[in-house]
Design a binder for this molecule. Structure first.
Ligand SMILES: [Zn+2]
Length: 272
């Protein structure tokens, strides 16, 4: 359900942090109390992006946000970026690999920023993984905090920056999944809202989309699901991406249709 009141309140929080000037190095994005991004052995958490305190966990909304279908795109699909110096070489490598996965499957191009005024500033300065959706204007932070520098999570955040929302926010999602509300604390119910104006570009519902929540996202009891599929399938596949943890074919198709890419593979017929 659409809750403009909540979003408005959220905007106040974001912009009191100074994000409107693009000065987000010191943004007071304190860790959510549910942050458990690093597992006990220190390895990365595949779904760290689901645990933030932002809109639907990891989305930062720009000022004047009105509707999900109106997020500005990147001109010609070219996304200038910077990577903060504090990333380790192995982490930079993971970021480049995530970019390459997207570039190989879509017409999106990531380009080291020279003097472009609109760009994605990839940081690890805050807790959590989060991104704006689409081109926010000016310098927009994409944060990969502890536990976030993992291929599928990086692709997930980059895909938000491209302009995509969460797959289970689709208006038609109730035909494909059931939300197990009784395993979700009430203060997280809003993370599972549908966006009625979300454009799906005529694609099929994609259980494996890198933009889909995992089966126990925001669970009160992590051993039980918060999302079950109407189709019989292993729940662990939800949000897993393709066999290499990259964009699925449908993820790529949505991006390519969003950006009107020429010469992209289009194995699906457009639905009305
Ligand atoms: Zn997300």
């Amino acid at each position: 359900m659409w809750k403009p009141g909540k979003i408005f309140g959220f905007l106040i929080v974001v912009y009191s942090c100074g994000m409107i000037q693009g000065m987000v190095d010191d943004v007071s994005a304190s860790p959510a109390d549910s942050l458990e991004q690093r597992s006990s052995d220190g390895s990365y958490n595949r779904f760290a992006h689901e645990k933030g305190k932002y809109f639907e966990g990891d989305i930062v909304l720009p000022q004047g946000f009105r509707a999900v279908s109106m997020m500005p795109r990147w001109r010609k699909g070219i996304i200038p970026y910077t990577i903060h110096r504090s990333f380790r070489p192995s982490e930079r490598k993971a970021i480049y690999e995530a970019m390459q996965d997207i570039e190989a499957k879509t017409c999106i191009e990531f380009k080291k920023r020279s003097d472009e005024s609109n760009y994605v500033r990839i940081t690890n300065l805050n807790q959590g993984c989060f991104s704006f959706v689409g081109r926010a204007g000016g310098s927009q932070q994409l944060n990969l905090g502890p536990g976030c520098v993992y291929k599928t999570t990086i692709i997930h955040e980059l895909t938000h920056a491209i302009g995509m929302w969460h797959e289970q926010s689709r208006q038609d999602r109730d035909r494909f999944i059931n939300i197990m509300w009784n395993n979700i604390p009430r203060n997280y119910w809003s993370e599972f809202q549908k966006h009625n104006d979300l454009i799906n570009y005529g694609t099929l519902y994609d259980y494996r989309s890198v933009m889909h929540y995992s089966y126990n996202a925001f669970a009160r009891d992590r051993s039980r699901p918060t999302i079950i599929t109407k189709r019989k399938m292993p729940l662990r596949l939800l949000g897993m991406g393709d066999n290499n943890g990259g964009l699925t074919e449908i993820d790529a198709l949505q991006i390519n249709r969003m950006y009107k890419c020429e010469n992209y593979r289009d194995p699906y017929k457009m639905a009305n």
